[in-house]
Design a protein around this ligand. Structure first.
Ligand SMILES: NC(=O)c1ccc[n+]([C@@H]2O[C@H](COP(=O)([O-])OP(=O)(O)OC[C@H]3O[C@@H](n4cnc5c(N)ncnc54)[C@H](OP(=O)(O)O)[C@@H]3O)[C@@H](O)[C@H]2O)c1
Length: 324
């Protein structure tokens, strides 16, 4: 396994982060694994040297955090655990969502309880809260750091102008700033290259992209996308603009290069991200040991400049996706 320093947090993390959205309960989404099937995947990831795990309070409505906490029992010090807050957890309680002080304090306590941990290494805002002033959110997060419940704070998908405002506000108020950005970035969705990624580079913010395999579309030929349960049932995959622009041609080029390199499509798509200077650790989602092993082996794939240009060439701008 390769490790990298996660920006200014100073923490050493594996170059692949294991996404835990696929672990929890199949009652939440058809393609999510229940606990007994999830644990062997997390354990194998640990054997392979992965020490970085991303979950969220909303994944399987808390079950993902609980399962991750169980898997990491007795191995807490070796692992870097990231979770998130924002989406409403209880339909009957509007204060179980958003980024108000009340929501953050309550949801963080609940996340720590499910994880069975006193401290989370990285606490991320899952989306921008248009109803809470950013200063209020930043103060509540900073207080959580002072209480020892959170080591560092990060953010997920938002407009670059909002992220710039948040960074400025924390500096002005003397509060801990967001040190990581978890954004939507892969070969089929590159709108982040315009503003967000250069901003992260300029501000020394670590980048941990989500859905690096375009929710599976970059792992198999276009016409086979529906061939898995997730491909068939994951509405989000269809809401993202993967099939727009020249997405299909990018998919075909990934397949062609994979054949040439004697690699899988998933490995080529991951290798492309791992070659991008602004990417620290893509967050990979998998429900299968073989795919996990393939992802780790992608670290050994070396792409030439011309391979990268060829993969990127067909891309056309698509509508913004992942935040609004
Ligand atoms: N911050 C946010 O808003 C946000 C949004 C989405 C996701 N996330 C994070 O990002 C993580 C990953 O997201 P994701 O699951 O949407 O994305 P992904 O990694 O782009 O795609 C996962 C899909 O790719 C398939 N796959 C993975 N490796 C494969 C391989 N070697 N061969 C064939 N298929 C392969 C998986 O199938 P198998 O299960 O069969 O392996 C699964 O269907 C999540 O777990 C979560 O932590 C964050």
């Amino acid at each position: 396994m390769e490790y990298t320093t996660l920006g200014r947090t100073g923490m050493e993390v594996s170059r692949l982060c294991l996404g835990c959205m696929s672990f929890g309960t199949s009652a939440w989404r058809d393609w999510v694994l229940d606990e007994d099937e999830s644990l062997p995947i997390i354990e194998r990831a640990i054997d392979l040297g992965i020490n970085f795990f991303d979950t969220a309070n909303m994944y399987s409505r808390g079950e993902s955090e609980r399962v991750l906490g169980t898997a990491l029992e007795g191995r807490r010090e070796e692992s870097v655990v990231a979770t998130k807050v924002y989406f409403q957890m209880d339909d009957d309680n509007p204060n179980s969502g958003g980024l108000s002080r009340k929501a953050i304090e309550q949801e963080l306590a609940a996340s720590l309880g499910r994880l069975g941990m006193e401290t989370v290494d990285l606490y991320q805002t899952h989306r921008w809260d248009y109803d809470t002033p950013i200063g209020e959110t930043l103060r509540a997060l900073d207080d959580a750091i002072r209480r020892g419940q959170v080591r560092h704070v990060g953010a997920s998908s938002m407009w670059a102008r909002q992220f710039a405002r948040a960074l400025q506000a924390s500096d002005r108020l003397g509060l801990d700033r967001f040190l990581t950005m978890q954004n939507h970035y892969n070969l089929l969705y590159r709108e982040e290259e315009r503003e967000m990624l250069p901003l992260c580079q300029q501000e020394d913010v670590a980048v941990i992209p989500w859905s690096p395999l375009a929710r599976g579309y970059l792992t198999r030929p276009h016409e086979e996308f529906d061939a898995t349960v997730r491909g068939e049932t994951d509405d989000h995959a269809r809401r993202h603009p993967y099939f727009e622009g020249n997405g299909r041609e990018v998919n075909e080029r990934v397949e062609e290069l994979a054949d040439e390199e004697d690699a899988t499509m998933a490995q080529v798509a991951l290798a492309w991200l791992l070659h991008k200077e602004w990417v620290d650790a893509p967050i990979v989602g998998t429900t299968c040991l073989e795919h996990l092993e393939e992802a780790v082996a992608a670290l050994d794939i070396s792409l030439s400049e011309s391979d990268i240009e060829w993969l990127e060439e067909p891309y056309e701008p698509v509508r913004v996706s992942g935040h609004d």
